[in-house]
Design a protein around this ligand. Structure first.
Ligand SMILES: [Zn+2]
Length: 247
């Protein structure tokens, strides 16, 4: 019952928040979308490297699901996050091939669904914070996301990911104090996420000198970031399973 309530709550949050993001920020023209250095025309395979490096998310998702199948029962959110890694790979592949608003929607929805679920579940279940404290942290993330719309400089669209980076850094700091198990993974994931976001940001800036761009590095690194973040949560779950089995 509690899990069903959690899933419904998250779905409402995901849909509402995503609609807000998309309607407020993203272009809805029916023309093809070209945000990336590698794309040179509107054809399906104009971004082959950007498209194929989304395998990073698929591999991360399959790795997580394999681990879940091998071990004992795990909460629904662990499965949801693992499935979402694969959906991110598919959504991003669609966006880097079809390059249309509906494909962008598939990309953005899966990414923010992962962010929302992870940023709620980590303090709630890995750090065992109460609902109020978790809600406060989650509220901070939402406020930072709204504020990111008004960042007065151009980061090539990476602005929307800054709140997630800040929250990961904050969680890594808090986790080091409250629940050391798995914290190192989250710290490594946060550092890698900063590097990945830098690669995403400079894609167009280096385009004249390097026509492939650097967006593909964002995909490759971000797949690792998602897996390590997920594994950090998994380690706490695995430890909780062991302690309850031996209690
Ligand atoms: Zn991409």
């Amino acid at each position: 019952m509690y899990k069903t309530y959690l899933v419904i709550l998250f779905l409402i949050l995901i849909l509402g928040f995503s609609a807000f993001l998309i309607l407020g920020r993203l272009p809805f023209s029916m023309r093809g979308i070209d945000y990336y250095c590698e794309r040179t025309d509107g054809s399906f395979w104009s971004e082959p490297v950007n498209a194929l490096t989304n395998l990073s998310f698929i591999v991360a998702g399959i790795g997580a699901i394999t681990l879940l199948y091998k071990t004992g029962p795990k909460p629904l959110y662990m499965w949801l996050l693992a499935d979402l890694m694969i959906l991110i790979g598919i959504g991003s592949f669609l966006f880097h091939t079809f390059a249309t608003p509906w494909a962008q929607l598939a990309d953005v929805l899966s990414i923010f669904a992962f962010q929302l679920i992870f940023l709620w579940c980590y303090p709630r279940f890995a750090m065992e914070f109460g609902g109020l404290k978790t809600g406060g942290l989650f509220g901070l993330y939402l406020v930072l996301t709204v504020l990111s719309f008004w960042i007065p400089f151009d980061l090539n669209g990476s602005e929307v990911y800054l709140p997630a980076l800040l929250m990961m850094g904050l969680y890594a700091g808090l986790a080091a104090k409250h629940s050391p198990s798995g914290t190192q993974l989250l710290i490594v994931a946060t550092i890698l996420f900063a590097v990945a976001l830098t690669a995403r940001t400079v894609d167009m800036w280096w385009c004249a000198a390097w026509p492939l761009g650097t967006h593909f590095l964002w995909h490759l690194l971000d797949g690792v970031v998602l897996y390590l973040s997920w594994l950090s949560l998994y380690r706490v779950e695995a430890r909780a399973g062991v302690s309850s089995a031996t209690a």
